[in-house]
Design a protein around this ligand. Structure first.
Ligand code: DAH
Length: 353
């Protein structure tokens, strides 16, 4: 009895399928014959009320019919899908001209950073990083530049507006916030969590609150280098050697480094350093103003006060630090005459690299 009913359902469903013309009709068919409330489903749901004998016949038959109907549904659906595709519109015209697709590439500053990182890692240096929004402590105080120190004026600073309220709640280190004016800010941050000996480089973006022109920009890139060890193991000679090795490798020719006495609050002694002009081979040209030397950056032996700020004992360690303008180096390397182009985001400029 139920057996016949199931076979009838299958016959009826298959017949109904032959006259279906649209996808919505097919969906309706699915609900009618395979849905939760379909006759077939009702039968299968009530199997439990049948005798064991009946169950043994009705169960497998009902399930087999259900499978076959699902199969028919899938076949019908596929046919409809295929019909609905406009094959002509899809056809690929292999003779049509291609769409020009311009390759992306790295910004010249990024490229230079990678290049420099490679050279330093071959010299055993590792990479360190710090935040661009920095506390007054790391950017100035910890580097031996207290608030009333004239050296503060060497770097015009962008202060963050929320500085006042923060100052009240944290008086210990008088934390006011700023956009870091130098990558040197990362020195004490790193030393707080690392014990010498170490040698690190810190490439990064820095900010100065100054009027812009062809050689001044409010946002540019610096490169910091810090090497610390026990006294006697790192000296000015080590710095000179590392600097000459680095610049020679960077420019692909022998470069000499010259030190001139200078002042930075975070180093003692302090130097400014020049490299022999890579354009004229130190014989004198307009770029080096006939001097044979190019000014590159600042350097010196780390001031013991900086070590103390990092929590090291006075006299326990010795090291050198140096920093130079990565942006300046990029301008020299690519002969860029206006610093503002680098951060302008002007694609006409960027695409030249
Ligand atoms: N931070 C200095 C600046 O921005 C550059 C500098 C000078 C970095 C001497 C150093 C250093 O590490 O030892 O002008």
């Amino acid at each position: 009895m139920l057996q016949k009913r199931i076979i009838d359902i299958e016959t009826e469903a298959k017949q109904a399928l032959t006259i279906i013309k649209t996808l919505p009709q097919l969906e309706e068919w699915e609900v009618t014959y395979l849905g939760r409330k379909s006759a077939l489903n009702e039968i299968l749901k009530n199997l439990k009320n049948l005798t064991t004998e009946e169950k043994r016949i009705v169960g497998p038959l009902g399930n087999a019919v259900k499978q076959r109907l699902f199969q028919s549904l899938a076949t019908a659906r596929e046919a409809f899908m295929e019909q609905s595709i406009d094959w002509d519109a899809q056809a690929i015209d292999v003779t049509a001209p291609g769409v020009f697709c311009r390759d992306g590439h790295l910004h010249p500053i990024t490229r230079l950073t990678y290049e420099i990182e490679d050279i330093f890692s071959s010299l055993g240096f590792s990479l360190a990083d710090g935040p661009e929004v920095e506390s007054e402590w790391y950017n100035f105080d910890a580097l031996n530049v207290p608030a009333d120190h004239p050296a503060r004026d060497m770097q015009d600073t962008f202060w963050l507006a929320s500085s006042e309220s923060k100052q009240k709640t944290r008086n210990k280190k008088q934390e006011r916030y700023l956009l870091r004016t130098q990558t040197s800010a990362v020195q004490v941050r790193y030393m707080e969590t690392h014990k010498p000996p170490f040698r690190i480089i810190i490439p990064g973006r820095i900010f100065r609150n100054e009027a812009t022109d062809v050689s001044h920009e409010h946002t540019f890139h610096q490169f910091e280098c810090l090497m610390v060890d026990e006294p006697g193991k790192v000296s000015v000679a080590t710095f000179k050697y590392i600097a000459e090795t680095f610049f020679s490798s960077f420019f692909g020719k022998k470069v000499n480094v010259r030190l001139r006495p200078s002042f930075f609050p975070f180093t003692e002694p302090s130097f400014e350093f020049d490299i022999s002009c890579v354009l004229c081979g130190a014989s004198g040209c307009p770029v080096c103003k006939q001097s044979g030397w190019l000014e590159i950056g600042g350097a010196g032996m780390v001031h013991q006060k900086v070590f103390e700020a990092a929590g090291y004992k006075r006299g326990q360690y010795q090291g050198f630090a140096w920093g130079f303008g990565l942006t300046r180096l990029a301008m020299m390397k690519y002969k860029i005459t206006d610093i503002r182009l680098l951060m302008s985001g002007d694609l006409r400029f960027i695409r030249q690299f």
